[in-house]
Structure formats: C-alpha cells, structure tokens
Ligand binder design. Sequence first.
Ligand code: SF4
Length: 318
Amino acid sequence: MSKKIATKMANIQTRSRIRKMLAGSPPLTEAAKPSLAASSSIIGDMPKEKKAKMIVAPIENMLKQEVVDVEDLVKKEEPAVVNPLAAVVPAWEPPLWRRHLENIRLMRATSDAPVDTMGCSELADIAADPKVKRFQVLLSLMLSSQTKDQITAAAMERLKTSGCSIDDVLRYTEAQIEQMITPVSFYKRKAIYIRKAAAILKDRYDNDIPTTVELLCELPGVGPKMAHLVMQVAWGQVTGIAVDTHVHRISNRLGWVPKPTKNPEHTRKYLEQWMPREQWDDINKLLVGFGQQTCRAVKPKCDWCLNKEICPYGRTQK
Ligand code: SF4
C-alpha cells in the first residue's frame, strides 16, 4: 500500500472511529476541551509521514484482529460438507441378490448339509460349563480351517473323550494333541497354535475366550473369518460376515461383488458394504451348505440349481 493511500485511509478510518466513539460518549467536559485541543494541535503539527504511521499502525492491527475473528466465525458457522450425490445415488448392490438368496433358501430348506450337523456350532459339549463350551467352539473352528466337517467332528470327539477344557489341553504335549487331531489339515501347526492359545486364555482371560474380534485375532491361528464365527456362536453376537472358501466362491459366481475378488477377506469387505445386517447371522451357514451340496468348487450342479438362469457363472455352463 502506498504511503499516500495509507494516509488517506487512516484519516478516513480515524474520523469514522472518532465519530462512532463520540456518538456513544458523554458530552465533553469543559476541563477536557483544552487537553483535546492540545492533542489535536500536536498531531496536526507532526510531519505527514509520522502522522500516517502513528494512526495507520493501530488501525491495521485492529483490522487484522477483525479478520481473524470473522474467519473464526465463518469456520464455526460453515455447514458440514455434504455430497449432494449421496442422497440420490444408492450404494452398489447386486441387482438380483434377493432372488438368488430366496432360491438358495429354498434349495437349503431340508438343512441336510454336513455343516448343519457337524459345523462348529454343533460340536461343543452342550452340558459343559459355559467357559469350556466357548473354548470348544474356538477349538472346533481352529481345527475346521481347510478341513472337511466330518474330519473336524471326529477330531473334536477324540478331544472331548480325553478331556477338552483349557486345563486339559495344557496338560497334553503337542505330540499328544497331534495324535488326537490327525488327519485335520495342518495338524502339526494347529497343535502348536492350540496349545499356545490355551496358555494365553488361561493367563489373560481367566480360562475364557476374548469378547471382541480384535482380541480373538491376536490368538495364534485365528483370523477374521474365524473370529466373527466365534463371536456369533460362542457369544451370540453378529459382528460381521464370516467368509470362508464356500462363501468366497459363491459370491464371485453369483456376482455379489462389484469385481472379482482374490481372497475371502476382500469378499467379506464387499459383502458387508451392501448386504443388509439382518441377513448376516445365517448367511455363512446357508452358503457353506449350498457350497457343500450344490455350488461345489469342482463340478457345481448348475443344471439342478434354481439360480441357473440368473447366475452369471451358471449361464455359461452347458
Ligand atoms: S448356477 Fe451354478 S454357479 Fe450359479 S449358483 Fe447355481 S450352482 Fe452355483
């Protein structure tokens, strides 16, 4: 800002402020008049540059302060940023999923798949103490990974016959556990995980299992799919969709994911984005049984399937 303009602005602002001040002030007393006159004459005698500096600086400070205050005010009153499209563009969902699901429920009406009688929710000892029962749910899920339900059920029977509480498991050597759970997949690694998990549960959880997905996932050999199932079966809480290889495969075949997914965890994230929560509690069991009986990994029975004409994969099968 040039000195000339600054001086002019200062004069205007000062006059305006003095007018405002005087308007709100009591009338000047007789005693004050000489002092004001003296001040005016001192300012009036000053060189122009000094006068401008003296008056402009406080005014600029005042203006700066006003700007800061206004900015604060604007921030406070600024409305939240709203995406106008969010209200009119619905989230993605597979167009025919309700018909797919209805058909799957019809095909599963007899509930005679292996998962219905030998799934993890069926293997715990119902007469056992609640803590022991919850541990057995966790144990059956650890054994079931990549293992057929029949083999998992037989291994659980051997463990229950020998004693299947946390203290029992800690009494066994790894070799003894291996012997009892063979031939489940990865039985050697699982024997190590089971013993380590039992020790953690005894030390940190008072012989019980954790109450959240995050804490369950800290146990050796436990991932999100297993943790969500444990939460549902052991604690009666639906915390997410448990996606195993069956759910992953069927979701991709039916087009329940916006683009092909490479792993169950990726599929789970997509499913949880669009599937209404009221469907979450039985979707795993429903699809696992459907995958065991009809939509098998190898040679799915598309000709028999009620979804054949509305399934992107089924339509390609002759
Ligand atoms: S038509 Fe075939 S691929 Fe599609 S859901 Fe049925 S069994 Fe599975």
